[in-house]
Design a protein around this ligand. Structure first.
Ligand SMILES: [Zn+2]
Length: 146
């Protein structure tokens, strides 16, 4: 995991300035599976993320740029096959876009700092928000709280 970071000059947990790289630059700094989700809006196979059932306490970051996305206490078991959260750390740390692909109407969620595709948000989550952020585990970077 550390090798990913050393190859990625924009990765930071503190720098919140927007990142705007070309596709060629992204391809160079992201591992193939991260590039596929982040930049090509891919979807990992359901049930394949170790984060889906993780109960560890800590913070989830964008794997492409290090932007803080979710705290572990807003994570819940949705049974949908992907890590699910009911609330982001900051609503403005994400970009929301209507997505009409695959004959469905969904809301795509992207990282507010680097525009990596994260997943989708649905309105069938638990209280207090009623939202379900259904996120690809590949694009998440987890750091345990001490
Ligand atoms: Zn990002």
């Amino acid at each position: 995991m550390d090798s990913t970071k050393s190859n990625n000059p924009i990765y930071s947990h503190t720098d919140t300035s927007k990142v705007d790289l070309t596709e060629a630059e992204w391809k160079k700094i992201l591992p193939e599976e991260v590039y596929y989700i982040a930049r090509q809006k891919g979807t990992e196979r359901p049930g394949t993320s170790a984060f889906e059932h993780s109960k560890e306490i800590g913070t989830y970051y964008c794997k492409a740029c290090g932007n803080a996305l979710f705290e572990s206490d807003t994570k819940f078991e949705s049974g949908c096959g992907w890590p699910s959260f009911y609330q982001p750390i900051s609503k403005s740390s994400m970009i929301y876009t209507p997505d009409h692909s695959h004959g469905m109407t969904r809301t795509e969620v992207q990282c507010g700092r680097c525009k990596a595709h994260l997943g989708h948000v649905f309105e069938d989550g638990p209280p207090p928000t009623g939202l379900r952020y259904c996120i690809n585990g590949v694009i998440l970077d987890f750091k345990k709280s001490k």
